[in-house]
Design a protein around this ligand. Structure first.
Ligand code: SME
Length: 154
């Protein structure tokens, strides 16, 4: 089952009168502290002309600042435009280790007008952390993120 309470908390946190960055930052903080086994959560913004992703707002340790398309989990999701669940990052060819403590990773591409606008990257200390329920939960969370990010009125 997906974590309905977490999604409700996330929904109630959103204040449409605030700038995007305020809501996005608070949503990241909520996830980071609700899930103690998540050691990093944040955004990489994609530059489709330069074919690279650069670090956006996040919670966690200092991270890699540039990720070329095709490189690592983030760079692969940027090109494939699909969510990727990596149960063991040490088995993912070309994985970029920003933090050696990370063992599992879940990424969602945020797509605007057919182009990858950004990647939501979620890292865990625990192998096989992202089971079906968590993937479903973070899918719903990603939809909330997108409702802020892609709202032209905000
Ligand atoms: N591990 C990622 C890089 C980003 S950090 O984990 C924050 C990757 O392979 O794309």
């Amino acid at each position: 089952f997906m974590n309905q309470l977490f999604i409700q908390q996330a929904e109630s946190l959103i204040d449409p009168s605030l700038p995007k960055i305020s809501n996005l930052s608070n949503l990241l903080a909520l996830a980071f502290y609700e899930y103690p086994d998540i050691n990093w959560i944040g955004f990489y913004y994609c530059d489709n002309a330069k074919k690279e992703c650069t670090l956006g707002p996040f919670q966690g340790k200092v991270a890699c600042t540039r990720i070329p398309f095709h490189k690592g989990v983030v760079g692969n999701a940027a090109v494939q435009q699909k969510a990727l669940t990596v149960n063991d990052v040490h088995c993912f060819p070309g994985h970029i280790a920003c933090d050696s403590q990370t063992n599992a990773e879940l990424v969602f591409p945020l797509i605007k007008e057919k182009e990858t606008y950004a990647i939501l990257d979620i890292d865990s200390l625990v192998l096989n952390y992202f089971d079906e329920d968590k993937v479903e939960t973070f899918q719903a969370y990603t939809r909330l993120i997108q409702s802020i990010l892609f709202n032209d009125k905000l």
